[in-house]
Design a protein around this ligand. Structure first.
Ligand SMILES: [Zn+2]
Length: 292
């Protein structure tokens, strides 16, 4: 975590270097290829992919069936409900994510977002909303002038869920670090899920495990979704999976729930999607096919 004298300018590169850094891909094309390879290596069945519709379409062509196409709103670029409806009709949008009004300094129950939640409920598409940390030192980080830590509160979802009880809503980053509020909301709203993206690889492991354990102990092991938020770092996906597999307080069934079953239920995967295997054929299987 950065330590900054308030009178000094913020320089992200000046903070202590990591001993085992995760390196970013060297280009857009490398990011696509390396992310897909990493997802296949770990036998990921469905990955929510957010980007411009054009970029998402390109990645889907490179890995048919692997990605669930998502479109973001609430960040710098706004998209009209008409455009979202059209993308959904054309099969190019199956989730609203990442919904990030926190980065704009706005609340989720702000009236201007009401038509988006109504549309998501009508179309029956999942909505992933960012409630949690921004980058470390966001208040001094160029580009994050509107981000507000105080807008992390999961309680701002209360009126949204009262108005839209059919909404398939999941909270990205489980409102970290406000786990108590998140637990209160999950207790009250039985259809509400969380994901553990980014916290499972970019935060101190002890802090993440403490938060995960509190949600498990509170009884919500069936409503926690795995997530990576890998962004520019394909290696983050495997590191995030390790954070679940190495959690000493989870038994095997709880790990399978977080890594697979909870998402299959929440996303309503069908039998064919559950059976799909996007891994390249193993050397053994290639050998078997090559041998008459
Ligand atoms: Zn986020």
């Amino acid at each position: 975590m950065p330590v900054l004298d308030p009178r000094d300018p913020f320089d992200g590169s000046a903070f202590p270097a990591c001993e085992k850094p995760l390196l970013a891909s060297s280009s857009d094309q490398a990011l696509q290829a390396e992310s897909i390879a990493e997802l296949r290596r770990h036998n990921v069945r469905r990955a929510v992919l957010d980007g411009t519709p054009e970029r998402v379409a390109q990645w889907r062509r490179a890995a048919p069936g692997l990605f669930l196409p998502a479109v973001a709103f609430g960040k710098a670029t706004e998209r009209s409900t008409e455009e979202l409806r059209r993308l959904h009709r054309d099969g190019r949008l199956e989730a609203f994510a990442e919904v990030a009004m926190q980065y704009r300094g706005l609340r989720a129950d702000d009236p201007r977002y009401e038509p988006y939640f109504a549309l998501a409920e009508e179309l029956d598409v999942p909505v992933g909303i960012h409630l949690g940390e921004g980058p470390p030192g966001a208040a001094r980080f160029p580009g994050y002038e509107d981000y507000r830590a105080s807008l992390t509160s999961p309680f701002q979802l209360e009126e949204v869920l009262r108005r839209h009880p059919g909404l398939r809503l999941y909270v990205m980053h489980y409102g970290s670090p406000l786990v108590d509020e998140m637990i209160a909301m999950m207790f009250t709203h039985p259809g509400l899920y969380v994901d553990v993206a980014n916290n499972d690889w970019a935060f101190p492991r002890a802090q993440f495990h403490d938060a995960l354990r509190r949600m498990i102990d509170a009884g919500f092991g069936k409503r926690i979704l795995f997530g990576s938020d890998g962004m520019y770092w394909p290696g983050a996906i495997g590191e995030a999976i390790r954070a679940i597999e190495e959690a000493p307080f989870l038994d095997e069934a709880q790990k399978r729930d977080i890594l697979y079953h909870n998402a299959a239920r929440f996303l309503r995967l069908n039998e064919a999607e559950i059976a799909a295997d996007h891994r390249p054929p193993s050397a053994d299987r290639r050998m078997a096919r090559a041998t008459p």
